[in-house]
Design a protein around this ligand. Structure first.
Ligand code: SF4
Length: 233
């Protein structure tokens, strides 16, 4: 069992002064927005944990649910539904009735960062919350990191060296506690509109996770799969 985490996530967290101040300004501009730390969504002991970067200003930061209400969630929820991880293909609001099945979604940083760019210290401060979530995963679970920041945050949460697990779109890594880490480019508007990440590329990663869950022993002993592409965001 993982050791007891030092912090448990709370929506009232203000450990990052810059982000707390920024959220105050956003709340003043948009009083109807969630504009607080965004909690993870989905069952705690799911066998798939999806890790994004941070809430989007008019998406998760508005609705209070990860990847809900903005462009980045379109491809994600569509694929989750296609592979049986979500009850609906479209995520509109926190009260739309959508359920995640054996799947949980979170972010490396739980608060909206200015310009969508968290500072390294903010990623570190928020990391115990991610470590807590990873600690709840059952052995054999899969983690899907969307982009390099999420990938690095997962490794930080597990206390393993980043150089041993280089990010690559489509790569998979064997982590401690029999966890499998899959990498994908982030399904952001920029990446999808520039075709850095196509629906076919993303489908292939989610399909690989579905296959892995049905037979986790198929995971290669090599640190990264043969089709991983280095680099990315
Ligand atoms: S980013 Fe994380 S650690 Fe920082 S204030 Fe938000 S919830 Fe707290």
């Amino acid at each position: 069992m993982p050791s007891k985490p030092k912090w448990s996530f709370s929506e009232s967290c203000r450990r990052c002064p810059r982000l707390a101040r920024y959220l105050e300004r956003v709340r003043a501009e948009h009083p109807d927005y969630h504009a607080r730390p965004v909690p993870p969504f989905g069952p705690q002991r799911a066998r798939v944990l999806i890790v994004g970067l941070a809430p989007g200003k008019h998406g998760a930061n508005r609705t209070g649910r990860p990847f809900t209400g903005d462009f980045a969630g379109i491809l994600l929820y569509e694929m989750l539904h296609e592979f049986g991880f979500a009850s609906r293909p479209v995520s509109v609001s926190a009260s739309d009735g959508l359920r995640l099945v054996d799947c949980r979604i979170t972010n490396a940083v739980k608060c909206l960062p200015p310009a969508n760019r968290p500072q390294p210290i903010e990623i570190r401060r928020c990391n115990p919350y991610l470590a807590e979530e990873i600690g709840w995963l059952p052995p054999g679970a899969a983690i899907l990191a969307l982009g390099t920041v999420a990938h690095a945050a997962v490794l930080m949460a597990l206390g393993v060296a980043r150089r041993e697990y280089p990010f690559g779109h489509g790569a998979r890594h064997e982590l401690p506690r029999r966890l499998a880490l899959y990498d994908s480019y982030h399904c952001s508007r920029y990446n999808t509109q520039t075709k850095r990440l196509t629906p076919a590329m993303f489908r292939s990663v989610v399909a690989a996770i579905r296959t892995y869950l049905s037979c986790p022993k198929t995971l290669s002993a090599s640190p990264a799969g043969p089709h991983g592409r280095k680099g990315g965001r």
